[in-house]
Design a protein around this ligand. Sequence first.
Ligand code: ADP
Ligand code: TRP
Length: 320
Amino acid sequence: MRILTGIQPSGTPHLGNYFGAMRQVCNLQEKGESFLFIADYHALTTNPEPEQLRERVVNLTLDFLACGVDVDKTVFFRQSAVPEVCELMWILNTVTPVGFLERAHSYKDKTAKGFMPNNGLFSYPVLMAADILLYNANLVPVGKDQKQHLEITRDLAIKFNNEYGDIFTIPDGYIPQTVAIVPGIDGQKMSKSYNNTIPIFGKEKALRKTVMNIVTDCKALEDPKDPDHCNVVALYKLFATEAELEEMKARYRAGNYGYGHAKQALFEKIWAHFEPMRARRAELENNMDFVNELLRKNGERAREEAAKTLDKVRKAVGLI
Ligand code: ADP
Ligand code: TRP
């Protein structure tokens, strides 16, 4: 079974990204051969500054390697190391009804916010389909927001196969259900767009400050508190054992336990959890030759795979 997913280099990863995506992807490595890439072509649809894009790609590479991408099991590469994906996208464009793209939520959401769409943003799902079909992926782990894009991929693959023969593997989406939405420091969904994130690789002082800023009600120290409606407890739950969680809940109910105490306990959990990953990240950062060589080799490996599919596709449509 081949597992594939792409991630956009869109900024500093936070606890929501870690529990909702990064950790899930790393756990899936046990289940089969994995392809994981940094979707830098996709990132261009928002026209980032070139230097910013370069920096984000490097940072995301380090973040993922530090968080547990196993380079013996996973082909970890940059999307743009395989320009063949753009050729496949073009060919898929020719079997894509414009209506599919007009109906895509992510496109509609952006235009509804007054964003002037470029053609790259409009055809974003076709590039995503090319990513998936080029490598014959069977299983594609994605967040809920990408479900529709995956359905478009399946529809395009089926449509293409009906027209030109059995070329593409029809992929299944995999939307991990185990982690509910991680709340941000203000209680809404944690998201870069809401400025309410807790970054996973922050400095100690900054992390402590962010944790101390988590919004709670204003009960006094001695008051009993409700652990079932508290952002601090909801975040603590992600790190604590069952017994530790029950202990914190009991303290809340008993009173004489302040939000400051709970936040301190949460801070310590977060700091300790990411300790080994911080160390690994620092080590990798001091060894960029190794990281760059790894990306280069993996890019070549992905490219070999891509060439095989593209050859079949070209023959099928009459380009060869
Ligand atoms: P952001 O909302 O910060 O821009 P992205 O949209 O880039 O995050 O999400 C990247 C991945 O992280 C997606 O797979 C998404 O489902 C997951 N993710 C993001 N925020 C959360 C959250 N608060 N809880 C759980 N998963 C999340
Ligand atoms: N569109 C995905 C996102 O924003 C990233 C992505 C690009 C992707 N190509 C992909 C995900 C292929 C899965 C498979 O999260």
